[in-house]
Write a protein that binds this ligand. Sequence first.
Ligand code: TXA
Ligand code: MG
Length: 333
Amino acid sequence: MPLLSGANPADVETCAQRLAAGELVAFATETVYGLGANALDDVAVAAIYAAKGRPAGHPLIVHVASLEAALHFSPALGASARKLLSAFWPGPLTVIGPRAVGVGVAAAGGQDSIGLRMPAHPVAMALLRQAAALGVMGVAAPSANRFGRVSPTTAAHVQQEFGPSLTVLDGGACTVGIESTILDCTCDPPVLLRPGQLGSAALEQRLGHSLGQRGLHTPRAPGSLKSHYAPRTPVRLMQAADLAAALAGLAGPEQGGQAVQRVAVYSRHAFTDQEAVLAWRQMPESAADAARELFSVLRDLDDLAVDTIWVEQPPASADWDGVRDRLQRAAAV
Ligand code: TXA
Ligand code: MG
Protein backbone atom coordinates (compact mmCIF):
# COMPACT_ATOMS: atom_id res chain seq x y z
CA MET A 1 0.00 0.00 0.00
CA PRO A 2 1.74 3.20 -1.15
CA LEU A 3 -0.38 5.49 1.08
CA LEU A 4 0.65 4.77 4.66
CA SER A 5 -0.61 6.36 7.88
CA GLY A 6 1.69 8.40 10.07
CA ALA A 7 -0.61 7.58 12.98
CA ASN A 8 0.24 3.87 12.65
CA PRO A 9 3.66 2.93 14.14
CA ALA A 10 3.92 -0.13 11.85
CA ASP A 11 3.50 2.12 8.81
CA VAL A 12 6.14 4.52 10.11
CA GLU A 13 8.47 1.56 10.59
CA THR A 14 7.78 0.36 7.03
CA CYS A 15 8.70 3.79 5.68
CA ALA A 16 11.90 3.89 7.74
CA GLN A 17 12.87 0.47 6.36
CA ARG A 18 12.21 1.65 2.81
CA LEU A 19 14.46 4.67 3.37
CA ALA A 20 17.17 2.40 4.79
CA ALA A 21 16.80 0.17 1.70
CA GLY A 22 17.53 3.14 -0.56
CA GLU A 23 13.93 3.78 -1.65
CA LEU A 24 12.09 7.10 -1.90
CA VAL A 25 9.42 7.93 0.68
CA ALA A 26 7.30 11.10 0.68
CA PHE A 27 6.31 12.29 4.15
CA ALA A 28 4.39 15.03 5.95
CA THR A 29 6.18 17.91 7.61
CA GLU A 30 4.62 21.02 9.18
CA THR A 31 5.64 23.15 6.15
CA VAL A 32 5.01 21.03 3.02
CA TYR A 33 5.36 17.33 2.13
CA GLY A 34 8.92 16.23 1.39
CA LEU A 35 10.23 13.62 -1.07
CA GLY A 36 12.80 11.78 1.05
CA ALA A 37 15.81 9.54 0.57
CA ASN A 38 18.73 8.48 2.76
CA ALA A 39 21.04 11.52 2.67
CA LEU A 40 24.10 9.30 3.11
CA ASP A 41 23.21 7.25 0.02
CA ASP A 42 24.15 9.16 -3.15
CA VAL A 43 22.37 6.65 -5.39
CA ALA A 44 19.10 7.00 -3.46
CA VAL A 45 19.45 10.78 -3.55
CA ALA A 46 19.98 10.69 -7.33
CA ALA A 47 16.51 9.09 -7.60
CA ILE A 48 15.01 12.24 -5.99
CA TYR A 49 16.51 14.44 -8.70
CA ALA A 50 15.27 12.04 -11.38
CA ALA A 51 11.73 11.84 -9.95
CA LYS A 52 11.42 15.61 -9.59
CA GLY A 53 13.11 16.49 -12.84
CA ARG A 54 15.36 18.70 -10.73
CA PRO A 55 18.73 19.76 -12.17
CA ALA A 56 21.54 17.92 -10.34
CA GLY A 57 23.34 21.02 -9.08
CA HIS A 58 20.37 22.17 -7.00
CA PRO A 59 20.99 21.24 -3.34
CA LEU A 60 18.41 19.52 -1.12
CA ILE A 61 17.61 20.04 2.56
CA VAL A 62 18.70 17.24 4.93
CA HIS A 63 16.17 16.51 7.69
CA VAL A 64 17.49 15.30 11.04
CA ALA A 65 16.06 14.06 14.34
CA SER A 66 18.91 15.29 16.56
CA LEU A 67 21.59 17.93 16.88
CA GLU A 68 24.24 15.19 16.73
CA ALA A 69 22.95 14.13 13.34
CA ALA A 70 23.05 17.75 12.12
CA LEU A 71 26.66 18.00 13.29
CA HIS A 72 27.53 14.80 11.43
CA PHE A 73 26.73 16.65 8.21
CA SER A 74 28.13 19.99 9.38
CA PRO A 75 30.63 19.59 12.26
CA ALA A 76 31.82 23.18 11.83
CA LEU A 77 28.32 24.68 12.07
CA GLY A 78 28.88 28.20 13.43
CA ALA A 79 27.80 29.80 16.70
CA SER A 80 24.99 31.86 15.15
CA ALA A 81 23.44 28.79 13.54
CA ARG A 82 23.64 26.84 16.80
CA LYS A 83 22.03 29.70 18.71
CA LEU A 84 19.15 29.84 16.22
CA LEU A 85 18.50 26.13 16.07
CA SER A 86 18.53 25.84 19.85
CA ALA A 87 15.65 28.34 19.82
CA PHE A 88 13.72 27.32 16.71
CA TRP A 89 14.24 23.57 16.20
CA PRO A 90 12.22 21.53 15.77
CA GLY A 91 10.49 23.96 13.42
CA PRO A 92 10.30 25.62 10.02
CA LEU A 93 13.93 26.80 9.92
CA THR A 94 16.66 25.52 7.60
CA VAL A 95 20.26 26.51 8.34
CA ILE A 96 23.02 26.15 5.78
CA GLY A 97 26.41 25.28 7.21
CA PRO A 98 29.77 24.09 5.91
CA ARG A 99 29.50 20.44 4.76
CA ALA A 100 31.73 17.70 6.17
CA VAL A 101 34.06 16.43 3.45
CA GLY A 102 32.64 13.35 1.70
CA VAL A 103 29.29 13.42 3.57
CA GLY A 104 26.00 14.05 1.76
CA VAL A 105 27.70 15.01 -1.50
CA ALA A 106 24.70 14.30 -3.75
CA ALA A 107 22.22 15.79 -1.27
CA ALA A 108 24.24 19.01 -1.28
CA GLY A 109 24.26 19.05 -5.08
CA GLY A 110 28.05 18.94 -4.92
CA GLN A 111 28.30 22.22 -2.98
CA ASP A 112 30.62 22.47 0.02
CA SER A 113 27.70 23.61 2.19
CA ILE A 114 24.60 21.71 3.35
CA GLY A 115 21.07 22.70 4.37
CA LEU A 116 19.77 21.18 7.63
CA ARG A 117 16.34 21.17 9.24
CA MET A 118 14.62 19.44 12.15
CA PRO A 119 10.89 19.45 11.35
CA ALA A 120 8.25 19.99 14.05
CA HIS A 121 5.67 17.55 12.62
CA PRO A 122 5.29 14.49 14.90
CA VAL A 123 5.01 12.13 11.90
CA ALA A 124 8.19 13.50 10.33
CA MET A 125 10.01 13.22 13.63
CA ALA A 126 8.79 9.66 14.23
CA LEU A 127 10.02 8.69 10.75
CA LEU A 128 13.38 10.43 11.22
CA ARG A 129 13.94 8.72 14.60
CA GLN A 130 13.07 5.29 13.23
CA ALA A 131 15.26 5.83 10.19
CA ALA A 132 18.17 7.00 12.39
CA ALA A 133 17.83 3.77 14.39
CA LEU A 134 18.42 1.94 11.07
CA GLY A 135 21.52 4.01 10.28
CA VAL A 136 19.86 6.74 8.23
CA MET A 137 21.26 9.81 10.00
CA GLY A 138 19.57 12.28 7.73
CA VAL A 139 16.79 12.29 5.14
CA ALA A 140 17.36 14.50 2.11
CA ALA A 141 13.97 15.88 1.11
CA PRO A 142 12.95 18.64 -1.24
CA SER A 143 9.29 19.51 -1.50
CA ALA A 144 7.43 16.55 -3.06
CA ASN A 145 6.48 18.24 -6.33
CA ARG A 146 7.90 18.26 -9.83
CA PHE A 147 10.55 20.91 -10.38
CA GLY A 148 9.16 24.46 -10.47
CA ARG A 149 5.62 23.43 -9.54
CA VAL A 150 3.40 24.15 -6.54
CA SER A 151 4.53 22.40 -3.33
CA PRO A 152 2.17 19.75 -1.88
CA THR A 153 0.46 20.32 1.45
CA THR A 154 -1.56 17.06 1.56
CA ALA A 155 -0.83 13.42 0.76
CA ALA A 156 -3.33 13.66 -2.12
CA HIS A 157 -1.29 16.50 -3.67
CA VAL A 158 1.81 14.27 -3.58
CA GLN A 159 -0.08 11.50 -5.36
CA GLN A 160 -1.26 13.99 -7.99
CA GLU A 161 2.41 14.86 -8.63
CA PHE A 162 3.93 11.37 -8.68
CA GLY A 163 1.10 8.85 -9.11
CA PRO A 164 0.06 6.00 -6.83
CA SER A 165 3.27 3.95 -6.81
CA LEU A 166 5.29 6.32 -4.61
CA THR A 167 5.18 5.54 -0.88
CA VAL A 168 3.58 8.47 0.98
CA LEU A 169 3.47 8.75 4.78
CA ASP A 170 0.28 10.69 5.48
CA GLY A 171 0.31 13.20 8.31
CA GLY A 172 -2.73 15.24 7.34
CA ALA A 173 -2.74 18.76 5.93
CA CYS A 174 0.39 20.79 6.65
CA THR A 175 -0.20 23.46 9.30
CA VAL A 176 2.38 26.02 8.10
CA GLY A 177 1.72 25.53 4.37
CA ILE A 178 4.79 27.29 2.90
CA GLU A 179 8.37 26.02 2.94
CA SER A 180 10.85 26.68 5.74
CA THR A 181 12.75 29.91 6.24
CA ILE A 182 16.28 29.33 4.86
CA LEU A 183 19.29 31.04 6.41
CA ASP A 184 22.78 30.87 4.99
CA CYS A 185 24.96 30.41 8.06
CA THR A 186 28.20 29.83 6.15
CA CYS A 187 28.73 33.57 6.65
CA ASP A 188 28.34 35.77 9.71
CA PRO A 189 25.95 37.44 10.18
CA PRO A 190 23.70 34.85 8.52
CA VAL A 191 21.80 35.85 5.36
CA LEU A 192 18.14 35.12 4.63
CA LEU A 193 17.80 33.08 1.41
CA ARG A 194 14.08 32.23 1.54
CA PRO A 195 11.42 33.88 3.73
CA GLY A 196 8.99 31.60 5.57
CA GLN A 197 6.64 31.66 8.52
CA LEU A 198 9.54 32.26 10.89
CA GLY A 199 10.34 35.93 10.17
CA SER A 200 13.55 37.97 10.22
CA ALA A 201 12.50 39.90 13.33
CA ALA A 202 12.33 36.75 15.48
CA LEU A 203 15.67 35.52 14.11
CA GLU A 204 17.36 38.89 14.70
CA GLN A 205 15.92 39.14 18.19
CA ARG A 206 17.37 35.77 19.08
CA LEU A 207 20.74 36.60 17.48
CA GLY A 208 20.89 40.00 19.17
CA HIS A 209 21.85 41.67 15.88
CA SER A 210 20.74 42.12 12.27
CA LEU A 211 20.91 39.50 9.54
CA GLY A 212 23.47 40.13 6.79
CA GLN A 213 22.82 41.43 3.31
CA ARG A 214 22.76 39.09 0.33
CA GLY A 215 26.10 39.38 -1.41
CA LEU A 216 27.83 37.99 -4.44
CA HIS A 217 29.21 35.04 -2.50
CA THR A 218 25.74 33.90 -1.43
CA PRO A 219 25.12 30.34 -2.63
CA ARG A 220 22.57 29.58 -5.29
CA ALA A 221 19.14 28.61 -4.00
CA PRO A 222 16.85 27.37 -6.76
CA GLY A 223 13.90 28.11 -4.48
CA SER A 224 14.99 31.66 -5.10
CA LEU A 225 14.64 31.35 -8.89
CA LYS A 226 12.36 34.14 -10.04
CA SER A 227 9.80 31.74 -11.46
CA HIS A 228 8.97 28.86 -9.12
CA TYR A 229 6.04 27.40 -7.23
CA ALA A 230 3.97 28.05 -10.33
CA PRO A 231 0.59 26.65 -11.35
CA ARG A 232 0.12 25.82 -15.04
CA THR A 233 -2.41 28.63 -15.41
CA PRO A 234 -0.78 32.08 -15.67
CA VAL A 235 -0.98 34.04 -12.42
CA ARG A 236 -1.21 37.85 -12.23
CA LEU A 237 -0.60 39.68 -8.97
CA MET A 238 -2.28 43.08 -8.65
CA GLN A 239 -3.18 45.74 -6.08
CA ALA A 240 -6.91 45.68 -5.21
CA ALA A 241 -7.70 48.82 -7.26
CA ASP A 242 -5.89 47.49 -10.34
CA LEU A 243 -7.63 44.15 -9.97
CA ALA A 244 -11.01 45.89 -9.81
CA ALA A 245 -10.16 47.97 -12.88
CA ALA A 246 -8.90 44.93 -14.80
CA LEU A 247 -12.10 43.03 -14.01
CA ALA A 248 -14.25 45.99 -15.00
CA GLY A 249 -12.40 46.20 -18.32
CA LEU A 250 -12.96 42.53 -19.10
CA ALA A 251 -15.42 40.93 -21.39
CA GLY A 252 -18.83 42.33 -22.03
CA PRO A 253 -20.46 41.76 -25.42
CA GLU A 254 -19.39 45.28 -26.48
CA GLN A 255 -15.76 44.14 -26.47
CA GLY A 256 -15.69 43.99 -30.27
CA GLY A 257 -15.16 40.29 -30.87
CA GLN A 258 -12.33 39.96 -28.40
CA ALA A 259 -12.28 36.55 -26.74
CA VAL A 260 -13.60 36.76 -23.19
CA GLN A 261 -11.08 35.72 -20.58
CA ARG A 262 -12.18 33.23 -17.98
CA VAL A 263 -10.75 34.44 -14.69
CA ALA A 264 -10.38 32.95 -11.22
CA VAL A 265 -9.71 35.42 -8.41
CA TYR A 266 -8.00 35.01 -5.03
CA SER A 267 -8.36 38.21 -3.06
CA ARG A 268 -9.03 39.80 0.30
CA HIS A 269 -11.67 42.06 -1.22
CA ALA A 270 -14.80 40.46 -2.67
CA PHE A 271 -15.22 40.59 -6.45
CA THR A 272 -18.11 38.18 -6.78
CA ASP A 273 -20.41 40.65 -8.55
CA GLN A 274 -18.17 40.60 -11.62
CA GLU A 275 -19.53 38.49 -14.47
CA ALA A 276 -16.15 37.37 -15.76
CA VAL A 277 -15.15 35.90 -12.41
CA LEU A 278 -15.62 32.18 -12.76
CA ALA A 279 -14.44 31.39 -9.26
CA TRP A 280 -13.52 33.49 -6.30
CA ARG A 281 -11.65 32.41 -3.19
CA GLN A 282 -11.27 34.81 -0.30
CA MET A 283 -7.76 35.30 1.03
CA PRO A 284 -7.79 35.04 4.84
CA GLU A 285 -7.16 38.09 7.02
CA SER A 286 -4.12 36.58 8.76
CA ALA A 287 -0.86 35.75 7.02
CA ALA A 288 -0.60 32.42 8.85
CA ASP A 289 -4.05 31.34 7.62
CA ALA A 290 -3.25 32.48 4.09
CA ALA A 291 0.05 30.55 4.10
CA ARG A 292 -1.69 27.38 5.31
CA GLU A 293 -4.11 27.31 2.39
CA LEU A 294 -2.05 29.07 -0.31
CA PHE A 295 -0.74 26.09 -2.32
CA SER A 296 -4.00 24.22 -1.97
CA VAL A 297 -5.95 27.22 -3.31
CA LEU A 298 -3.52 27.62 -6.23
CA ARG A 299 -3.98 23.94 -7.09
CA ASP A 300 -7.79 24.21 -6.88
CA LEU A 301 -7.89 27.28 -9.11
CA ASP A 302 -5.42 25.69 -11.51
CA ASP A 303 -7.80 22.72 -11.91
CA LEU A 304 -10.69 24.94 -13.07
CA ALA A 305 -9.32 25.36 -16.60
CA VAL A 306 -9.60 29.15 -16.43
CA ASP A 307 -7.42 31.32 -18.68
CA THR A 308 -5.80 33.20 -15.85
CA ILE A 309 -5.65 33.46 -12.06
CA TRP A 310 -5.73 37.01 -10.69
CA VAL A 311 -4.47 37.46 -7.14
CA GLU A 312 -4.72 40.53 -4.94
CA GLN A 313 -1.32 41.66 -3.67
CA PRO A 314 -1.15 40.78 0.04
CA PRO A 315 -0.36 43.46 2.67
CA ALA A 316 3.18 44.90 2.66
CA SER A 317 3.88 44.04 6.33
CA ALA A 318 6.65 41.62 7.36
CA ASP A 319 4.28 38.86 8.53
CA TRP A 320 3.24 38.47 4.88
CA ASP A 321 6.83 38.13 3.55
CA GLY A 322 6.61 34.36 2.96
CA VAL A 323 3.21 34.45 1.23
CA ARG A 324 4.18 37.51 -0.85
CA ASP A 325 7.40 35.78 -1.94
CA ARG A 326 5.57 32.62 -3.10
CA LEU A 327 2.91 34.63 -4.94
CA GLN A 328 5.54 36.74 -6.71
CA ARG A 329 7.29 33.57 -7.89
CA ALA A 330 3.98 31.97 -8.95
CA ALA A 331 3.29 35.10 -11.01
CA ALA A 332 6.79 35.42 -12.51
CA VAL A 333 7.22 34.33 -16.12
O1 TXA B 1 10.00 23.37 4.33
C1 TXA B 1 10.90 22.92 3.63
O2 TXA B 1 12.04 23.40 3.62
C2 TXA B 1 10.57 21.73 2.73
C3 TXA B 1 10.22 20.54 3.62
C4 TXA B 1 10.07 19.27 2.85
O3 TXA B 1 11.16 20.42 4.66
N1 TXA B 1 11.64 21.43 1.83
C5 TXA B 1 11.94 22.24 0.77
O4 TXA B 1 12.97 21.74 -0.03
O5 TXA B 1 11.36 23.28 0.53
P1 TXA B 1 13.26 22.29 -1.50
O6 TXA B 1 14.31 21.41 -2.08
O7 TXA B 1 12.02 22.40 -2.29
O8 TXA B 1 13.93 23.65 -1.28
C6 TXA B 1 15.21 23.63 -0.72
C7 TXA B 1 15.86 24.95 -0.90
C8 TXA B 1 16.29 25.15 -2.31
O9 TXA B 1 15.99 26.47 -2.70
C9 TXA B 1 17.78 24.92 -2.20
O10 TXA B 1 18.50 25.58 -3.16
C10 TXA B 1 18.09 25.42 -0.82
O11 TXA B 1 17.03 24.95 -0.09
N2 TXA B 1 19.31 24.83 -0.32
C11 TXA B 1 19.49 23.60 0.23
N3 TXA B 1 20.79 23.39 0.50
C12 TXA B 1 21.45 24.50 0.12
C13 TXA B 1 22.82 24.89 0.13
N4 TXA B 1 23.77 24.08 0.56
N5 TXA B 1 23.12 26.10 -0.36
C14 TXA B 1 22.15 26.91 -0.83
N6 TXA B 1 20.86 26.61 -0.87
C15 TXA B 1 20.50 25.43 -0.40
MG1 MG C 1 10.56 23.04 -3.54
